[in-house]
Design a protein around this ligand. Sequence first.
Ligand SMILES: CC(C)(COP(=O)(O)OP(=O)(O)OC[C@H]1O[C@@H](n2cnc3c(N)ncnc32)[C@H](O)[C@@H]1OP(=O)(O)O)[C@@H](O)C(=O)NCCC(=O)NCCS
Length: 326
Amino acid sequence: MEIVVVDGRDSERFRRFYEVKFGVRREELEFPVGMGAEEARVFMAREHADVRAEGLGVVDGDTWLGVAWLDWWLVGNTDTVDVELAVAPEYRRRGVASRLLEVAVERARDAGRRIVSGTNMAGDPVTGEGPGTAFAAARGFVKKHAELHQVAELPLADLPEQDVDGYEIVQWREHAPDEWLGQFAELLSGMSEDVPTGDRTDEPVQWTPELVRDAEARRVAQGRFVYTTVAVHTASGELAAYTQMGGTPETPERLNQYDTYVRRSHRGNGLGIAVKTPNLRALQSGVARPAVLHTWNAPENAPMIAVNTKLGFRPVAQRTMWERNL
Ligand SMILES: CC(C)(COP(=O)(O)OP(=O)(O)OC[C@H]1O[C@@H](n2cnc3c(N)ncnc32)[C@H](O)[C@@H]1OP(=O)(O)O)[C@@H](O)C(=O)NCCC(=O)NCCS
């Protein structure tokens, strides 16, 4: 067994890597979410302002047995490396994932990182258990957090209306308008601080206008699209809430609900649904159908799960986040 390092610049090597990674997701998940091949290749082809991604493969001759995807955070969580392991079903229980983890740990130590973290996507919706959780527990990881995966088949009919007095709805697509950029960065930072993360080691990201523009440019380069709806408090001109949903034409049937956030001083006014409904409407009228919209929320984030259930989402899996200190 040989270890190979993968990045997005070697297209053929990346293709073999991605086949294993996505093949396993397809095998394990009713809804195999994740980046499409080209989207992922572009992501892995260069360093970004906030993250550098890197791949590892365990290869025997021309056969790829298993892969690891490593995210090296460059802002926030700079002590952590995120590792996603995937082993082709026919090569499991032979130590392939253990070998990949060993190499990841070595690289993490060399880079001065203190924590290896990983997410098991394919947990049972109720118990959260699966092969990934058994592996994590066997290799010294501790469970730190869980999120419920909910899906909704689009189009959703009968979306609940919620106009909130004193707020105005504004929408944009790939780029935040200059006039909202500064406040939008503030809300993204608030989201990063406030989103429930259980016991995970999580250093909030302080978003700046430059980081927002970098993330937007990356998304466009990856071929992604995004719909943003915000609520503006008319009296103060304050950006009070936002929500984002999007996807990529590479996988048109798969759409994601990204963040939804209400500024602390504006909570309790129903702004969650007030921004989600018009965003869903814009998304539904702009994309091909049928499509499935995905979202993940911590069980302790009951208000958000309740909003989603009201909109028509149902639970399909539980993902759990694990950490091992080095
Ligand atoms: C989880 C996964 C990566 C494990 O790969 P693997 O190459 O089979 O793992 P290893 O052979 O190195 O297993 C090491 C130990 O983990 C535990 N383990 C691994 N899979 C297990 C399973 N299905 N049930 C119970 N224990 C398991 C065992 O203790 C095993 O040691 P043993 O075989 O000597 O008993 C693989 O099952 C997989 O790709 N699953 C789907 C994707 C996933 O869940 N990824 C994890 C998210 S990061």
